[in-house]
Design a protein around this ligand. Sequence first.
Ligand code: GTP
Length: 347
Amino acid sequence: MKIPTTVVTGFLGAGKTTLIRHLLQNAKGRRLALIVNEFGDVGVDGELLKGCNDAACPEDDIVELANGCICCTVADDFLPTMMTLLDRPNPPEHIIIETSGLALPKPLIKAFQWPDIRTRATIDGVVTLIDADAVAAGRFATDEAALAAARAADPSLDHDSPLEELFDDQLACADIVVLNKADLVSQVVLARVEHQIREQMREGVKIVRADHGAVDVGVLLGITAAAEDDLDSRPSVHDGEAEHDHDDFDSFVVDGTELESVEPLLHVLSRLIERHDILRVKGMVAIHGKPARMVIQAVGPRVQHYFDRPFKGDEPRRSHLVVIGQKGLDEAAISVELRAALGAGIR
Ligand SMILES: Nc1nc2c(ncn2[C@@H]2O[C@H](COP(=O)(O)OP(=O)(O)OP(=O)(O)O)[C@@H](O)[C@H]2O)c(=O)[nH]1
């Protein structure tokens, strides 16, 4: 029997890791394996999932692909990883793939047509997460004025904003859409967002509203979509292109040591996000006197922090943050301020 595989996609910060964590904790004894792909050079999502300290999330079953977006590294990274999982003496019952927030899902689905994979695995479903709050704030809508200005400067420019393109591709590929962060918007706004996204989805695809990705496992798994046989019904603006790149986005990592307290860092982060076109910040920091590492998460203007697992005995008490934004992000200026904030409490 082919091993069913669920692809979890959705833009940066939509809640993919949160949903998968919920799924792992409610797997009801299913043997799941997880492939986690990230855009930045440092794998935060894999760390978070491994850090969940739950018997349902055994570290050996979480494989990280941090060498770039999965859609561009299919042959080099994804296929060998998948083969290793399938070749295990005790293979998983179900595989979950978390794509990077900047990944196009279609090249990954196409990989399931490769003979070595096709005979042994199938795509059970593509789950697309949508951040209701971000859509309501218009973060994926093309800024028509900016686009017109860019086209005036470069008449060969033929595409919409890179954010909108990704958003459209991820939606058009879905077998089920999870409208997440329902807690952050009113019912009226939620209904408006639902109406808006439905126009970009394939017919018959269901939308499930969710708060922190808490969707019943039975709804997410067992869709039996066999998406690899159904690629033509999932349009992409990149159809027909031999390859694409992620030149539209930049990411970098800023390291630091232990902080006296987190407040100054949060303040600096909020200010930086206000002034620069930062899409996402995530990472871990060490706080003096606190045994657990603190997770920092920023999606758009929202900055969150919370403790997860304690540092291990041999683990350095260091801090690092991954910053992701559109191309042209002022890395130098942002790094200087962030480094100062991360180093401010050096002991
Ligand atoms: N208020 C609210 N916050 C949420 C919800 N789901 C996720 N978050 C928060 O949003 C942030 C991003 O969540 P993640 O699960 O890391 O998002 P992601 O899609 O995996 O992010 P990337 O891998 O960077 O693309 C975290 O701070 C989460 O706690 C939700 O339903 N409501």
